[in-house]
Design a protein around this ligand. Structure first.
Ligand code: PAF
Length: 278
């Protein structure tokens, strides 16, 4: 496995590889990332992983400094997962001067849900992913459905910018108790972890309700809210939106995203389920 830290060496290494699938990450790899690497192997002969905690997608009060960076174990996991190339640049490599005065934004998708609570977040995500696409030039890129809005925005960006890259979604991986895997779960104390389970419990209860024939989203959202409030979570949003446009819907008449963002202590967690009518 080659580990490259500069753009020039990465381009050079990449030019000697054939069809390639990229898994962009911020490191602190867990089984969810490993499942994306496995998915990437199914779509190309070679697989690259980028590990870069991107400062431009963190707000001033967010956890950029404290974000976990266990690079040794990340590289070990990549090696074990059969990754061919890791791109692990320093911030100065990706942003040598002030970040260029260039914005890639899809406001109708990026100002709702997460975007409302984390202004500028998706601009930072689009900026870094567009740079990674240009540097690594993959034929495919894998993103997890846990960050559904990110996946949707990056798919729209790829289409709008004519990047010749296939975006491949990977299903959310969960611990056996239902908690969606996230690098931020490691911040949770055992007590907070128990409270955090109310997020998946609420989403699954709403999914069951939908399966039993209830398609009014206000009823599904109430179910989720009850589960969260029972455990005293601070809710940022609980929403039902069209899975393509991310606009609120009153009934599940087309694929619909039920999305939650809530804080347990100082840790902010997101999760979702997608409901598809028959
Ligand atoms: O999902 C993430 O880990 C990040 O947002 C991404 C896509 C690697 C961009 O920094």
């Amino acid at each position: 496995m080659q580990v490259l830290t500069t753009i020039d060496s990465c381009r050079d290494a990449r030019s000697r590889l054939g069809r390639l699938a990229l898994v962009p990450t911020m490191g602190a790899l867990h089984a969810g990332h490993l499942s994306l690497i496995e998915l990437a192997h199914q779509h190309a002969e070679t697989v690259a992983v980028s590990i870069f905690v991107n400062p431009t997608q963190f707000g001033p009060k967010e956890d950029f400094k404290k974000y976990p960076r266990p690079i040794e174990s990340d590289l070990r996991l990549c090696e074990q997962a059969g990754v061919d190339m890791v791109f692990q640049p320093a911030v100065e490599q990706m942003y040598p001067a002030e970040p260029a005065d260039l914005m890639i934004d899809l406001p109708s998708l990026s100002t709702v849900l997460e975007g409302k609570h984390r202004p500028g977040h998706f601009r930072g995500v689009c900026q870094v992913v567009a740079k990674l696409f240009n540097i690594i030039q993959p034929q495919a890129a894998c993103f997890g459905e846990k960050d559904y809005q990110q996946l949707r925005i990056l798919s729209a960006m790829t289409e709008a910018m004519n990047f010749p890259i296939r975006i491949i979604p990977g299903p959310t991986l969960r611990d056996p108790d239902g908690l969606a895997m996230s690098s931020r779960n490691r911040y949770l104390s055992p007590e907070e972890r128990t409270k955090a389970l109310s997020i998946s419990r609420g989403l699954f209860a709403a999914r069951d309700q939908f399966a039993s024939g209830i398609d009014q989203t206000n009823r599904l959202l109430t179910t989720i809210q009850h589960a969260l409030l029972e455990q005293h979570l601070a809710i940022d949003y609980v929403a039902a939106v069209d899975a393509k446009t991310l606009k609120p819907v009153e009934r599940v008449a087309s694929p619909t995203l039920l999305a939650v963002a809530a804080r347990v202590g100082s840790t902010r967690l997101i999760d979702n389920v997608i409901l598809s009518p028959q």
